[in-house]
Design a protein around this ligand. Structure first.
Ligand SMILES: [Ca+2]
Ligand SMILES: [Ca+2]
Ligand SMILES: [Ca+2]
Length: 314
């Protein structure tokens, strides 16, 4: 008679045989399914459920380096390389548009210039990065802008961001030295709207003149040279003609246009109502870059006195 111990050993062998048999059957089953799939010319991947085997399945965007023919271009970008997440979805962070901020400079030009490829106006002077590069102006310096473009810097967004009060004229005459100069809306020599506060950030020489005014004409003759010697210093001239060819006669578009053309003025010349009511024409208002009034000069002496006032601005 077998002992209790030999019965136990026999039972263990039986269990092992049973496990072994189940393993064998399972192995046969797997082989059979695989054989069936291969026999039908399919690969297990095609059901789209096997992420990680390096082949794109039916419901996968990518798998490893297999993108199923997709590229950055087919995802709407210009250049770059697709990536593939472990979840077999496409990573487009390595793709980019050549000119994502539509400023006329492609990403290679922006990288070379050090400008922001996601900001069309890196220095905030109102001129696009590409426009400045094309004009050999600095897209990283507000004192450098396309001087001959017939347009002017515009830093109104910066003024608003810094809380400079916008809006219409609310005082009669000029505020005292040290006060903020209110905004002044006119039309420039090209017929475009122009306002004083768009020059926030620049050192400003604002002159109030008239076509009939002899000293104004005298000053205008040497103004181009004075402008040339200061324009790269973050200085802007703004001349506003408040009267036409006779005293008391309101100015008009042709006054500003003819004035700028006659004297060859490449800075803004505006025409519009007289908000400042200076006691003398011309009168020059020198404004710091924060638009506060630094100094007022009544009448025109010479360019040296204007340059002295400009040198004190910050
Ligand atoms: Ca840019
Ligand atoms: Ca700019
Ligand atoms: Ca600039």
């Amino acid at each position: 008679m077998p002992s209790i111990g030999s019965n136990s050993m026999a039972f263990t062998k039986l269990v092992r045989r049973s496990v072994s048999l189940r393993r064998s059957l399972l192995g046969v089953g797997v082989l059979a399914v695989a054989s069936l799939l291969l026999a039908n010319g399919c690969e297990p991947e095609l059901d789209g459920t096997t992420c990680g085997d390096g082949l794109v399945g039916a419901v996968e965007q990518c798998d490893g380096s297999d993108f199923g023919g997709a590229t950055c271009a087919s995802h709407g970008f210009d250049e770059g390389s697709l990536g593939c997440f472990n979840s077999c979805t496409v990573d487009t962070s390595g793709c980019f548009l050549l000119d994502a901020d539509a400023d006329g400079a492609d990403i290679h030009e922006e990288q070379a210039a050090g400008t922001d490829p996601e900001n069309p106006d890196s220095d905030g002077d109102g001129f696009l990065d590409g426009e400045e590069l094309d004009a050999a102006a600095s897209p990283l310096d507000i004192a450098s802008w396309p001087y001959d473009s017939g347009r002017w810097p515009n830093r109104l967004p910066a003024a608003v961001a810094d809380g400079v009060p916008p809006g219409a004229w609310s005082v009669f005459g000029a505020p005292p030295v040290g006060a903020l100069m209110p905004d002044y809306l006119v039309t420039d020599q090209h017929g475009a709207p122009l306002q004083l506060h768009q020059f926030y950030g620049y050192k400003i020489m604002l002159s109030i003149g008239a076509v009939w005014c002899g000293p104004c004409n005298l000053a205008a003759e040497s103004s181009p040279a004075l402008w040339e010697s200061h324009k790269t210093e973050g200085v802007i001239f703004l001349e506003i003609l408040v009267e036409s060819t006779s005293v008391g006669q309101p100015s008009k578009q042709s006054d500003a246009t003819n004035w700028a053309n006659h004297y060859g003025l490449a800075y803004p010349v505006g025409w519009g109502p007289d908000h400042l009511h200076p006691s003398s024409i011309p009168t020059y208002y020198f404004l710091h870059s924060d638009l506060t009034i630094a100094e007022v000069q009544e009448g025109y002496g010479d360019d040296a006195s204007l340059a002295t006032a400009l040198a004190k601005l910050h």
